[in-house]
Write a protein that binds this ligand. Structure first.
Ligand code: 4AD
Ligand code: MG
Length: 430
């Protein structure tokens, strides 16, 4: 019977065959312990000299790290293994002998590992992080599908910018100028007017010269957009969504969280509602905390966000930022036109902003005014204005950065480990 490591608990006391790689190995005169992986999980294979042919025992003893094989044996329960099971090996059929695998069980520097990212992905920690990423994606689809959203795919090649022009990747589009999308939002607004509640999930690009542990050049964003939903209603959706994802990861990634030694007590507390503080209040809080030089009207950097987040165990919404430092499409607060109906959601434990969202301007004249202030003239935006001409309604949306969310839930401190092949300021390889 051919099976996988993750399915093997269904075959206790039965003999199965698994296609696997050798992750690590230990042997003495009469016994060899093979640490096997097959992509679905890790399991130990025990090869006892007297129970197998001489050829199989020699193979087990001499096989190199990352050699591939079909391995056959009986699955038994084993309380000492973190997985709970092991295989009593009866036969090994070598598929490919690997030689001099560069990533050995000893410590390696980050740059070396990043240069070998195509291989590093096989290691236990990286495997755990990617499984958590996958669970965040899976539970995202579940949350939005269960709540009546339609998945819509905005284009990646665009003729206009959503978040300002300084961070755009330019490319030629035959005879025209095009950009790689930095957010699907503007298209998602069009989709919300057609389908009511929509969400997207796709890659976005920012030509930002930032070299921080929170910035990628290419990252993935989940962007829901909802017609007939105001700013406060949107915050409720955001906290429900984030709570659901956190609880799904806790429920379905127990092994991965333990491989990463993640303090899950902190994650167990993450449940809606989340606290909200205004930008004004955040400025006061920062001054109290000794950030003397921050002035009203300035944007927050990572140290500011971390200082604010320290006051809360839950993620915290910072709401109503000054209009000047936010995007052109955000709706001004009707009671105070110098601030906009927006919020950034700041994760606990110093992981920073994971969501940016807002209510959008739905009034045509105000939108045209904002266009002019931001110098956004030209036909690239005409279609977006038409959304305000034909049945405009109040609507809101937000974007969750996948990699920062993976970093937070996995407890890894740099986003470069949260995406299979990171694109960083100085890295396009592998
Ligand atoms: O705050 P941002 O720029 O918001 C938007 O793009 C909106 N148009 C979204 C919307 O309303 N539909 O980006 C949203 C999130 C941030 O909170 C952050 O988590 C992530 O995307 N993000 C990045 N993640 C990794 N590297 C970068 N360079 C990022 N820039 C933003
Ligand atoms: Mg933002």
């Amino acid at each position: 019977m051919k099976t996988t490591i993750s399915q093997s608990p269904q075959f206790i006391e039965q003999t199965v065959t698994i296609g696997a790689w050798l992750a690590n190995k230990r042997s003495s005169g009469k016994i060899a312990f093979l640490q096997l992986r097959d992509g679905t999980g890790f399991i130990q294979g025990v090869v006892v000299k007297n129970d197998v042919s001489e050829e199989t025992f020699q193979l087990a003893k001499n096989m190199n790290q990352e050699s591939s094989m079909y391995i056959t044996g009986k699955i038994v329960e084993d309380n000492r293994s973190p997985f709970g099971y092991e295989m009593q090996v009866s036969n090994i059929e070598l598929i490919h002998e690997a030689n001099d695998y560069p990533i050995t069980p000893k410590e390696h520097g980050t740059e070396f590992l990043m240069d070998h990212r195509h291989l590093w992905l096989r290691s236990k920690r990286q495997h755990a992080v990617m499984k958590i990423r996958n669970e965040i994606i899976r539970s995202t689809y579940q949350f939005f599908n269960d709540n009546g959203y339609v998945k819509i795919d905005p284009p990646i090649l665009t003729g206009s910018s959503a978040e300002g022009t300084t961070e755009l990747f330019h490319t030629k589009y035959f005879d025209e100028e095009a950009y790689l999308s930095q957010s699907g939002q503007l298209y998602m607004e069009a989709a919300a007017m057609a389908f009511g509640k929509v969400f997207s999930f796709g890659p976005t690009f920012r030509a930002e010269k930032s070299k921080t542990r929170r910035h990628l050049i290419e990252f993935w964003m989940i962007e829901p957009e909802m017609a007939f939903v105001d700013h406060n209603e949107s915050l409720e959706i955001q906290e429900q969504y984030v709570s659901f994802v956190v609880q799904s990861v806790l429920e379905n990634c127990k092994l991965e969280l333990s491989v990463l030694e993640r303090d899950t007590a902190k994650l167990e507390k993450i449940k809606a509602p989340f606290p909200r503080i205004s930008y004004d209040h955040a400025i006061e809080l920062l001054k109290e905390k000794g950030f003397d030089d921050i002035e009203w009207g300035e944007d927050f950097g990572a140290p500011h966000e971390t200082a604010i987040a320290e006051n809360f165990e839950q993620p915290v919404f910072i709401t109503n930022y000054p209009a000047e430092i936010k995007a052109f499409y955000m709706k001004p607060d009707p009671d105070r036109s110098d601030v906009v109906l927006c919020a950034d959601l700041i994760a606990p434990e110093g992981y920073g902003e994971i969501i940016g969202g807002s209510q959008r301007i739905d009034d045509l004249e105000l939108m045209m005014e904002r266009y002019e202030q931001h110098g956004l003239t030209g036909e690239a935006y005409e279609w977006y204005l038409e959304l305000r001409k034909y049945g405009s309604v109040p609507h809101s949306g937000f974007g969750l950065g996948l990699e920062r969310t993976v970093a937070w839930l996995s407890g890894v401190d740099h986003v470069r480990e949260t995406i299979p092949f990171p694109r960083l300021l100085n890295r396009l390889y592998p």
